[in-house]
Design a protein around this ligand. Structure first.
Ligand code: NAP
Length: 244
């Protein structure tokens, strides 16, 4: 049985990924950070699907915490076949209001988290000459977004990281890709006003925002056999928002 480790699995896109992988027959190592109740309810849902699943608490910005999670998951499941680096935070602020602490936290969770998790999980994939890594970036990491300079920079870093690592580990049988979601219906966007949401829908060729399940479908595809010749790519799941 294949095992996937998903960070930020307690809510939103990560949760939808956990359920989608479970339906594909994967065992699921689900990482959560602060929301234990949501993580426990995910575990119940996974178990109801007959999925072999385990929860791990970790702050992806903290290397020691990630090392402990990865070691525990590898011990429990024997191997990790797919890694989904999904955990992330967002914040809207004028650039002139950003503090050094805002910048440091954003970069250490959104970009540092991807680095720490890959550093711990990749060696096992290299040993087995097989593995799939999918990093969740954002369309703002491609285009940049006003009042989200630190978020956009962190997500652009994830794209550069993905392209570089894909080149380095391709010869070892490991693929590394990015999914760049557009505006997705999760708690991350709970602060958007109805007017802002309507404007975003209006700018989207498919005339709506996306669902976490639609992002999860792309992630599962990139981890599956049908994506075996795809690496170093950034797949936008944005209803056409950014265009070609
Ligand atoms: P969300 O609903 O806010 O969920 C965020 C998840 O990340 C939660 O499971 C949370 O865990 C976890 N997390 C946050 N900080 C963490 C940390 N330091 N260590 C470990 N886990 C942490 O967000 P989402 O909308 O699903 O977003 C998921 C990913 O997609 C993020 O990387 C985000 O940037 C990206 N994305 C989202 C959108 C969108 O429109 N929603 C668009 C583009 C990209 P706890 O709840 O347990 O604390």
């Amino acid at each position: 049985m294949k095992t996937v480790l998903i960070t930020g699995a307690s809510r939103g896109i990560g949760r939808a990924c956990a359920l989608a992988f479970a339906r594909e027959g994967y065992a699921v190592a689900a990482c959560w950070h602060k929301n234990e109740a949501a993580a426990r309810s995910l575990l119940d849902e996974l178990s109801a699907l007959g999925c072999d699943a385990e929860l791990y608490r970790a702050d992806v910005a903290d290397p020691a915490s990630v090392e402990a999670m990865a070691a525990a998951a590898e011990k429990r499941f024997g191997h990790i076949d797919a890694l989904v680096n999904n955990a992330g935070i967002a914040q809207q602020k004028l650039f002139t209001d950003l503090t050094a602490a805002d910048w440091d936290r954003m970069l250490s969770v959104n970009a540092g988290g991807v680095f720490h998790t890959c550093r711990c999980v990749l060696p096992g994939m290299l040993r087995r000459h097989s593995g799939r890594i999918v990093n969740i970036s954002s369309i703002w990491g491609i285009s940049g977004a006003s009042c989200e300079v630190h978020y956009s920079a962190s997500k652009a870093a994830v794209i550069g990281f993905t392209r570089a690592l894909a080149q380095e580990v391709g010869p070892s049988g490991v693929t590394v890709n990015c999914v760049a979601p557009g505006v997705i219906d999760t708690e991350m966007n709970a602060n958007l006003s109805p007017e802002t949401l309507a404007a975003l829908c209006g700018e989207t060729p498919l005339c709506r925002i996306g669902s976490p399940e639609e992002v999860a479908d792309a992630v599962v595809f990139l981890c599956g056999g049908k994506a075996r010749f795809i690496t170093g790519q950034v797949l936008k799941v944005d209803g056409g928002f950014l265009g070609g």
